[in-house]
Design a protein around this ligand. Structure first.
Ligand SMILES: [Zn+2]
Length: 61
């Protein structure tokens, strides 16, 4: 099997990995209050999920 002859420097590895970036999580819109929220999660703004209120939202500022 072919094998690398020399180990890559840390710099070379890091330069390659500059192209790897974390992407934003998918955001949806709350059907109740229209605020952006994470998909498959209760809305942090109004506590609404799947047609009902599942948690008490924190007091609005
Ligand atoms: Zn909401």
């Amino acid at each position: 099997m072919p094998n690398p002859k020399r180990r890559h420097s840390n710099s070379r590895t890091r330069k390659r990995r500059t192209h790897y970036k974390a992407s934003l999580p998918p955001l949806g819109e709350c059907p109740n209050c229209k605020e952006p929220k994470l998909l498959h999660r209760a809305c942090p703004h109004c506590g609404y999920y799947n047609g009902r209120t599942v948690l008490i939202p924190k007091e609005t500022k």
